[in-house]
Ligand binder design. Structure first.
Ligand code: SF4
Ligand code: FES
Length: 248
């Protein structure tokens, strides 16, 4: 395949940044999107030009670092996959592909396509722990009866990989889907109930401090989420928050 890539280049957080066009040839449909970018970067390096900076680690849909806005969609045109799982067969010979970083005030650009998502880490740090008695009387987690539907919902919420696609997809750059997944994975389990009240208050406070926008129930986050995190988690977050505020 021959393609035209329009890629956001930005030297650092202060630079204004601009789109740069790169023609690319010899791309196979079986290549992943990141392998296609590797080909481009090899070409750039061999010509003595700076390679395009983009985030990646596992390249198998686990770490959540490969966050790219491709033709206006977080993680590109496919559903329920990350950018590293996207294959070039989703594109056609002669296509123009526009590649940008995730855009949100709370995700400042570090360089080119790489953004700083440490705001997510701080939200998790604000409330993401449970207290477990480890004094020798610890109850085996498997011995605690948990309704199957609750265990399934908690497990599904825990599938969030913190990629930030929900924020990039949202017209308000809201982090509600991410935060609600992190609140839900604990709120549904007895081990997580001990600090549930303070956890939801702290995480929502941190989310607001980081500069994410408000949720207006558009649902774009759920559509673009590579892990299928459901809007039901946002409803649960709102219930948890209201009950915590009433207690407090
Ligand atoms: S909720 Fe989905 S889109 Fe948002 S950070 Fe988690 S995995 Fe990524
Ligand atoms: S590189 Fe880890 S999810 Fe894509």
């Amino acid at each position: 395949m021959k393609l035209t890539l329009k890629i956001w280049r930005q030297k650092n957080a202060q630079d204004k940044g601009r789109m740069v066009t790169y023609p690319i040839d010899g791309i196979d449909g079986d290549m992943s999107f990141l392998e296609m970018l590797d080909v481009l970067n090899n070409d750039l390096v061999s010509r003595g030009e700076e390679p395009v900076v983009f985030d990646h680690d596992c390249r198998e849909g686990i770490c959540g670092s490969c966050s790219l806005q491709i033709n206006g969609e977080p993680h590109g045109p496919d559903r329920l996959i990350t950018t590293c799982q996207l294959h070039m067969r989703k594109f056609n010979d002669g296509d123009t592909i526009v590649i940008e970083p995730f855009r949100a005030k709370a995700f400042p650009v570090i360089k080119d396509l790489m953004v700083d998502r440490s705001a997510f880490d701080r939200i998790q740090q604000a409330g993401g722990f449970i207290s477990v008695n480890t004094s020798g009387n610890t109850i085996d987690a498997n011995a605690i009866p948990i309704p199957k539907s609750d265990a399934d919902s908690a497990f599904n919420a825990a599938a969030c990989i913190g990629c930030g696609a929900c924020v990039a997809a949202c017209k308000n750059a809201s982090a509600m889907l991410f935060t609600s997944a992190k609140v839900s994975q604990y709120a549904l389990l007895p081990q997580g109930r001990v600090e549930a009240t303070q956890r939801v208050l702290n995480m929502v406070e941190q989310m607001d401090k980081e500069g994410f926008g408000n949720c207006t129930n558009t649902g774009a986050c759920e559509i673009e989420c590579p892990k299928g995190i459901s809007l039901e988690n946002i409803a649960r977050l709102n219930r948890e928050l209201l009950s915590a505020q009433l207690k407090g």
